[in-house]
Design a protein around this ligand. Structure first.
Ligand code: FMN
Length: 199
């Protein structure tokens, strides 16, 4: 393999899409597609632009649902892509073609369902839904346009088809939507498993 130095405009190398539910000031639920996240034990760390409604909502009302769409939902995710809950739309988002949308559920033909421990609603079509609370929000000293939001998952809802009893998700049945350099993918066939897998 021979390599060249390049200067890519983005570094989004392929992570699962989350549809993040947060609560607006009026009690309604906003939905924001994001892909910058990772899990550490019971905690999920999110990367959020400070110009997003999701950031405003999580700073003020420190709860969210981490809804995980499967690959079949990519068109609904993309229907949300040019929308923001911010009103008015911030100038930098206007330049990118964003428009304000208050009812993201209607805009993407998604169904709301009440959460059990927190106020933002879940998205019924997503096979995995994590109800979570915010534990910390940091703006890095080296970049002020992104926030690192640390959440603690309090309750997990899994579609019966992907659950194995009460303790496991069936990775053969769960097909996350992957966002790779701004293109959407599902997973291909299984290649193998970790020595720590119990399924
Ligand atoms: C697939 C996808 C992944 C995205 N990933 C992120 C992300 O990780 N963090 C982020 O802040 N914005 C991300 N965005 C952009 C947000 O969706 C966008 O800022 C949107 O305005 C957020 O909605 P809101 O302003 O109503 O919160 C992503 C968009 C798409 C379509």
């Amino acid at each position: 393999m021979s390599h060249i130095t390049i200067h890519p405009k983005i570094l989004y190398y392929g992570t699962p899409v989350i549809l993040l539910s947060t609560e607006n000031t009026d009690g309604s639920t906003n939905i924001s597609p994001i892909s910058s996240s990772w899990a550490l034990g019971r905690y999920v760390i999110l990367g959020l632009g400070v110009g997003s409604q999701a950031y405003e909502n999580m700073r003020e009302r420190r709860e969210c649902v981490i809804n995980l769409p499967d690959a079949g939902l990519w068109r609904q995710v993309e229907a949300l892509a040019p929308l923001t809950g911010r009103d008015p739309v911030p100038p930098n988002k206007q330049e990118l073609g964003f428009r304000h949308e208050k009812d993201k559920f209607a805009a993407a033909a998604l169904t709301s369902v009440a959460s059990e421990e927190i106020r933002p609603e879940r998205i019924a079509e997503c096979p995995l839904q994590f109800e979570a609370v915010v534990r910390d929000i940091r703006i890095p000293s080296y970049a002020d346009d992104f926030a690192i939001v640390e959440t603690e998952v309090r309750r997990v809802h899994a579609a019966e088809q992907i659950a194995i009893g009460d303790r496991y998700i069936n990775p053969k049945a769960w097909n996350p939507l992957i966002y790779s350099f701004r293109h959407y993918f599902g997973l291909t066939d299984e290649l193998g498993k970790s020595y720590r897998s119990e399924t």
